[in-house]
Design a protein around this ligand. Structure first.
Ligand SMILES: NC(=O)c1ccc[n+]([C@@H]2O[C@H](COP(=O)([O-])OP(=O)(O)OC[C@H]3O[C@@H](n4cnc5c(N)ncnc54)[C@H](OP(=O)(O)O)[C@@H]3O)[C@@H](O)[C@H]2O)c1
Length: 381
């Protein structure tokens, strides 16, 4: 039996997936990549699979299966949404990195937890749309290790601390490319401007979510589920340098902050190495030359998507599912040049207003609400 950590990476061709493979290539004695899945980029997936000699490969787009299979004669190649999820359940996988984008990641998170593997969770939308369902399955130690840098930071600040001693979670936000802009001036921003994030290089969907501050709203919902705290305990603060990745304040007034370089390979690696720590991929922060750290309130008027996401989180039930689906459709429409930047919060607000709220019960219900909200969002756009 292999003594290495055997991992499956779902979403291996994306920003998180590629950085995870970089971590794997730096620690071949500790990590064995046994399964990879992606959506449509068969060329990149094929290269990754042959480079890491991966035995199980799944591609969401069925039409790409045959070509991929002939390029990878030694691998078992499957296709379709179900095949991607199946990789999470393979007996030879110890840890699943869910780096899929959007609500499509929910089934993979659930399948991972049902087979009692460790879930390294980048796909925050799993918790946004089905937080109660996912957390109900996370009943064993270290079931979920967050990959999102803020949640990895909070997770690390909480190590060794009793849950009842937490008085506040400070969720830091860079503020995105439009920090300081007023609402009126945001109506005319371009896709290129919205994609120019000042601190992080990420996939297109999360980059747009960062520019609307929707991402911070999604992260507040993610934090509420991961750490079992109420929304009144979560305080969002803009910190443009992104050096502090988040903070936890305790009953006695002590605050623990997690600081480090802005490189996603650090939290990805930690989700694999926990509770151990492996060598850093980048030089550490030099505090002697770092300079000033700034903090400010988010501008809730200029960035209504943040308010809408927090409202959906507080309403709970199926409202976050409807909110998230509307956002995914509106972001895709903005990225393809069909709509303006402020149409994103307008669409989310319209879909939330039309949604017939239900208590959250099942994945099938989440998927039905997701489908309804997508149709409603397209109609609104
Ligand atoms: N990027 C970051 O720095 C960062 C930081 C924190 C959290 N996150 C979270 O991590 C997740 C991934 O973000 P990302 O930036 O890495 O996204 P990304 O670059 O767009 O990559 C998404 C990955 O998912 C695959 N994919 C998309 N739809 C799929 C489907 N239906 N079935 C199977 N595979 C599918 C894509 O495959 P193809 O490209 O082959 O189609 C790609 O491999 C998101 O939830 C995001 O919020 C990202």
């Amino acid at each position: 039996m292999s003594s290495r950590l055997r991992i499956a990476i779902l979403g291996s061709t994306g920003s998180i997936g590629r950085q995870a493979l970089d971590v794997a290539s730096r620690f071949p004695e500790l990590i064995e990549v046994v399964a990879l899945a992606a959506g449509r980029n068969a060329a990149a997936l094929g290269q990754q699979a042959s480079h890491f000699n991966v035995k199980h490969v799944a591609i969401a787009e069925p039409a790409l299966e045959a070509g991929l299979a002939s390029a990878l004669p030694d691998a078992e190649v499957t296709s379709g949404a179900g095949a991607v999820v199946e990789l999470a359940t393979l007996p030879e996988v110890d840890l699943v990195l869910n780096a899929l984008v959007g609500a499509a990641g929910l089934r993979a998170s659930v399948a991972t937890l049902k087979t009692r593997k460790r879930l390294a969770l980048a796909n925050k939308e799993s918790l946004v749309v089905g937080g109660e369902l996912v957390m109900a399955l996370a009943t064993y130690p270290n079931a979920i290790i967050p990959v999102d840098s803020e949640h990895s930071a909070i997770f690390q600040c909480l190590l060794g601390e009793p849950a009842e001693s937490v008085s506040r979670i400070w969720l830091t936000a860079s503020g995105g490319p439009f920090r300081g802009r007023d609402r009126a001036s945001l109506a005319s921003v371009t896709v290129a401007e919205a994609l120019a994030h000042p601190r992080w290089t990420m996939g297109p969907k999360i980059t747009i979510d960062s520019s609307t501050l929707m991402n911070k709203g999604l992260e507040a919902i993610e934090a509420r589920h991961l750490f079992g705290v109420g929304y009144d305990t979560i305080k969002i603060v803009v910190h443009p340098q992104s050096c502090i990745h988040s903070m936890v304040e305790f009953a006695d007034g002590s605050v623990k902050a997690h600081l480090g370089a802005t490189d996603m390979r650090i939290p990805i690696q930690y989700a694999l190495s926990h509770p151990d720590r492996w060598g850093a991929p980048v030089p550490p922060v030099d505090f002697a030359t770092l300079g000033t750290l700034d903090f400010e309130e988010p501008d809730y008027d200029a960035f209504p998507a943040l308010t809408l996401a927090l409202e959906a989180g507080r309403i709970a039930g199926t409202m976050p599912t409807a909110m998230n689906a509307a956002n995914e459709v509106a972001v895709a429409a903005f990225l393809s040049g069909e709509t303006g930047f402020m149409d994103i919060p307008r669409t989310v607000e319209a879909v939330m207003g039309a949604h017939d709220l239900q208590a959250l019960e099942s994945i099938e219900q989440v998927e039905a609400v997701d489908e309804w909200a997508r149709a409603k969002a397209r109609e609104t756009l």
